[in-house]
Ligand binder design. Structure first.
Ligand code: GLN
Length: 539
């Protein structure tokens, strides 16, 4: 275990969805602005080895890291806030913990002992708690414990946090408990009881929270803070109010105002003279909140009833919008509702169209109609992963006149498999973690829209797919105006296509949205937003 690394654990109480990920990312941002190197990891209590096999409706988007881990969407927030990459080690589930322990048991590593939750599962959890701190790269490791205290599933994690205090020592260990202070309109009162109960549950598990972060719709008056301090056994100045924010990107500054970073630093004896004023962050917020133009972008996909399914895309538009000082109104449109007849009406007010990533047949026809509409009406278009594949299918059917052209994912017997299963995927039987995942290099052709957007020709982007552009058709496509402008230099896989005679039609096999951050808005999104602004002004 690293000697100097400080560990902060973030637990949640009263209800889920309080935004532990945002609080963790905001605290990390503040500590980063004080000159500390910080990383954040998330421990999820469910039994899947990772969220890769989960339907987006279950748990929102699956976020992919450079090293090809399929992870919880909170890791996206960590990267967007901190501008540093995460990895497989930053997201551990109960399933992975048990899998590791059972694998060791089969190898005989427990020497005949009875394998138990305590100590074997908790030891495995703690080993993973400490992993990122081991090489001394980080001053602070923040660990977000998913779920709510009191859940049966979280118990081993909570127990491991209790034990960690004794491994680490008091100056290296801190618990921040995020909770909700509901407001009862009828009584005109903020209620502290649910928080008292959730802290009691932590205390029963042997954990005394050091800091309470209280989500609330109203200011917490001093009496309420005093009451929380008294009943929850927390120092008065460590009862911190977290009011609902206009945007998640306000939260670091709100937490700074509440001195969350100072409390953490004083408790962990973290000393520094650095205190950057987060100028870049404020500049971003300034541009975000004072747009000089406004556009409508349609996001067409099949998981639109749960916006979390497209979290990184939504955030990428916030970054790109701020970069272009433009308010981007993102309209989520279900691909199943679109057909050739209603497309003109559905898309009437859009200045740009994005077709989203996805899997399976459902909604495919609507996506094809969407691409056709954007292509034939010169509307700026961005396709991502399945969105790119659909752009290829549409072009094959309607420009190359290849009847029934399809992806073999949708129609294994299609006469024209313009999108086909990758060679390396053909013998794969297991579902989890077996796609083409993570970062791969791509070379862009000079003089194209893509290379203009990036301002360079060598890029690395993240992937999550099994199917690819079928290179047998490449010549035919290029002759007719759809060009492969980005190619993987080692495998020749087509990574980006563009249409020459169109104001801005770009579609990528990779996922640009995973790499957009506040500090580095993604160039494809920025260019797409600018193209949509130009389209709007033209009309
Ligand atoms: N279903 C497609 C594939 O597996 C696209 C995947 C995606 O959009 N992430 O290739």
């Amino acid at each position: 275990m690293a000697s100097n690394t400080k560990y902060i654990f973030i637990t949640g109480g009263v209800t889920s969805s309080l935004g532990k990920g945002i609080i963790a990312a905001s605290l990390a941002k503040l500590l980063q602005s004080r000159g500390f190197s910080v990383t954040i990891q998330k421990f999820d209590p469910y039994l899947n080895i990772d969220p890769g096999t989960l339907n987006p409706y279950e748990h929102g988007e699956c976020y992919v890291t450079d090293d090809g881990a399929e992870t919880d969407l909170d890791l996206g927030h960590y990267e967007r806030f901190l501008n540093t990459p995460t990895s497989q080690s930053n997201n551990i589930t109960t399933g992975r913990i048990y899998n590791n322990v059972i694998t060791k048991e089969r190898k005989g590593e427990f020497l005949g002992k009875t394998v138990q939750v305590i100590p074997h599962i908790t030891d495995e959890i703690k080993t993973n708690f400490y992993k990122l701190g081991e090489d001394g790269k980080y001053d602070v490791v923040i660990t977000e414990i998913g779920g709510c205290v009191g859940d049966i599933e979280s118990l081993p994690f909570i127990e491991a946090v209790r034990q960690a205090k004794w491994d680490l020592g008091p100056n290296n260990f801190l618990v921040v408990h995020l909770t909700l202070i509901p407001y009862l309109a009828a009584a005109k009162e903020l209620k502290t009881k649910p928080t008292q109960h959730s802290v009691k549950q932590l205390l029963e598990a042997g954990i005394q929270p050091d800091i309470l972060v209280c989500r609330s719709e109203h200011h917490l008056p001093q009496e309420v803070k005093k009451k929380l301090s008294l009943f929850c056994n927390v120092q008065l100045n460590c009862v911190i109010e977290a009011l609902d924010a206009e945007t998640i990107y306000d939260v670091p500054l709100l937490m700074k105002k509440e001195k969350l970073d100072e409390r953490v630093m004083s408790k962990l004896k973290l000393r520094t003279n650095t205190n950057t004023e987060l100028e870049h962050w404020k500049d971003f917020l300034g541009r975000l909140k004072n747009p000089t133009s406004e556009i409508n972008i349609g996001l067409v996909g099949k998981y639109v009833s749960l916006p979390d399914a497209y979290k990184s895309i939504i955030e990428s538009f916030i970054h790109a919008g701020a970069a272009a000082e433009c308010k981007v109104n993102l309209k989520l449109i279900s691909s199943e509702e679109i057909d050739s007849e209603n497309a003109p009406r559905k898309f009437e007010e859009l200045d740009g169209i994005l077709v989203a990533p996805g899997f399976g047949e459902r909604g495919l026809d609507g996506k094809v109609e969407t691409v056709k509409f954007a292509r034939t009406n010169a509307i700026p278009f961005l396709g991502i992963c399945l969105g790119m594949q659909v752009a290829v299918i549409e072009f094959a059917r309607n420009v190359l006149n290849l009847k029934g052209a399809n992806s073999t994912e949708m129609d294994p017997n299609t006469e024209h498999p313009v999108i086909a299963l990758m060679e390396e995927q053909k013998n794969i039987e297991q579902m989890g973690g077996t796609m083409r995942l993570g970062s791969y290099p791509c070379e862009l052709k000079k003089g194209t829209k893509s290379s203009a957007a990036y301002g360079k020709t060598k890029i690395n982007e993240r992937h999550r797919h099994r199917y690819e552009f079928n290179n047998q058709y490449l010549e035919q496509f290029e002759k007719n105006g759809m060009i492969a402008t980005g190619i993987n230099p080692e495998t020749n896989l087509v990574e980006i296509v563009e249409i020459k005679d169109h104001p801005w039609f770009v579609a990528s096999q990779f996922h640009p949205e995973y790499k957009s951050t506040v500090l580095n808005p993604h160039p494809l999104f920025v260019r797409f937003v600018r193209a949509a602004i130009e389209n709007k002004t033209k009309n």
